[in-house]
Design a protein. Structure first.
Length: 437
């Protein structure tokens, strides 16, 4: 089986090393040896260390490589939308099988890849696109096809999980925890894709597409990052017996007209310490799947890094190579349900709201009235110590309110109305609460 490798960076170079070190085992599992027929790179002369590969296989022309008749499998480890999309569409239409770790492309335009695979008759596998080495997508794609998945909740970004774990364990603020993550190599020089939730949103779209047999794109995912999470938020979560995680949440639901829908969102949330995801620390990933017959399933492990990601890539290479040798094709994309994506305003959730209010009689009643006007029920109220007021001015007090479950639109409207109350000096923070009644 002859492979074309697109990209030879952190993941691609690890794929080469694993192919060399495990060549005999891989050949035995597949029924034929794997051979790297070409590696497309941007700069051929770049120093890549001691890679166990003939230097003559390097090329700067990926299009020419994927078009070659002697290529069986194309492995893409470049990332980004273009030109990767054009390379892979070309390969798939020509009947080659494709293995990719490109979560951004799959979330942005996975439909074009699936259509090209159907047209050419090859396989499209992408286990490494979500949660690194954790075997997650194939269980959703194959093992649970006899079941009905109702919800997928996960921690799918190691950088943000490391930052929030550090804030929880040390009491540090976001900036300090981000600096530590950068120093240790968990965060990129530009961490925007991670801390603003773009990376997790792409993965959420892929998970929802597989779980609910519906094409879900990155644009369908409600996205919020963790940059506004403060040390005070973390302390308040602890006081409630909770911790804060950046969650991707995808679930089935019912619209007002009775139609079944899906909801897909990424945002920071408080979860109780009793929740299985609460103990997932540092840069690890975990995904919690709920299905009608199988019940609750948990997938946990390292979610990034060259070696773990390369492990998932090679698992896919073995699968598609065996299919080609057997003259069969894996199950094609399952998007028969074609469920509409529910707007974020209709998602059911709970809010944790921290208010800085004037400490005088009647304030709590006025605040409670705003909640009642928006049909939002209050679960708990906690009042902090009054602050030191200036001369001739009422002292401040802190109110921490946790709601019962309500539509997100009603909760957001409540927060907006609270900002307009004379007695509310500021809405200090708003966080969603998940995973509890």
């Amino acid at each position: 089986m002859r492979l074309a490798l697109l990209g030879c960076g952190t993941v691609g170079s690890e794929v080469v090393r694993l192919l060399h070190s495990q060549s005999a085992d891989l050949a035995a599992r597949i029924g034929a040896p794997l051979e790297i027929a070409g590696i497309a790179v941007r700069r051929i002369g770049r120093d890549r260390g001691e890679l166990p590969v003939d230097p003559t296989v390097f090329t700067a022309d990926p299009f020419d490589l994927v078009k070659r008749d002697d290529i069986d499998v194309v492995v893409e480890c470049v990332g980004g939308i273009e030109p990767a999309r054009s390379w892979l569409v070309e390969a798939l239409r020509a009947g080659k099988s494709v293995v990719t770790a490109n979560k951004a492309l799959l979330a942005e335009d996975g439909g074009s890849l699936h259509d090209a695979a159907a047209q050419g008759g090859g396989d499209l596998y992408y286990e490494a696109a979500v949660a690194g080495a954790i075997p997650l997508l194939r269980p959703l794609r194959e093992s649970l096809h006899g079941d009905r998945v109702t919800q997928v909740t996960g921690i799918v970004n190691g950088t943000t999980n490391f930052i929030l774990s550090a804030m929880d364990s040390t009491g540090a603020g976001f900036a300090e925890a981000l600096a530590e993550a950068t120093e240790l190599g968990y965060a990129e020089a530009d961490p925007t894709a991670d801390v603003e939730g773009f990376d997790a949103a792409a993965k959420a779209a892929i998970l929802a597409s597989l779980a609910f047999h519906t094409r879900v794109g990155a644009a369908d995912v409600h996205r919020e990052g963790i940059t506004e999470v403060t040390a005070a938020d973390v302390a308040s979560a602890k006081a409630m017996g909770c911790t804060i995680k950046l969650l991707c949440i995808a679930g089935r639901g019912t619209a007002a007209d009775g139609r079944e829908t899906v909801s897909v969102r990424v945002h920071p949330a408080m979860i109780p310490l009793t929740h299985p995801l609460a103990s997932v620390g540092d840069a690890f990933n975990a995904v919690f799947v709920e299905a009608e017959a199988a019940g609750q399933l948990m997938f946990y492990g390292p979610g990034a890094g060259g070696a773990p990601t390369a492990s998932a890539v090679l698992g896919d290479v073995v699968a598609v190579s065996r299919n080609r040798l057997a003259g069969v094709r894996a199950a094609s994309e399952s998007a028969y349900a074609d469920l509409p994506v529910r707007p974020m305003g209709e998602a059911l959730t709970r809010y944790h709201i921290s208010l800085d209010v004037t400490d005088r009689p009647g304030v709590l009643a006025a605040v409670a009235g705003v909640f009642a006007q928006n049909d939002v029920s209050i679960a708990t109220v906690r009042q902090g110590a009054a602050g030191s007021g200036t001369a001739g001015r009422d002292e401040d007090a802190d109110l921490v309110i946790v709601t019962h479950v309500a539509p997100d639109a009603a909760l957001a409207a409540t927060v907006q109305a609270l900002r307009g109350l004379d007695a509310v000096r500021s809405v200090a923070s708003v966080l969603r609460v998940e995973g509890s009644a």
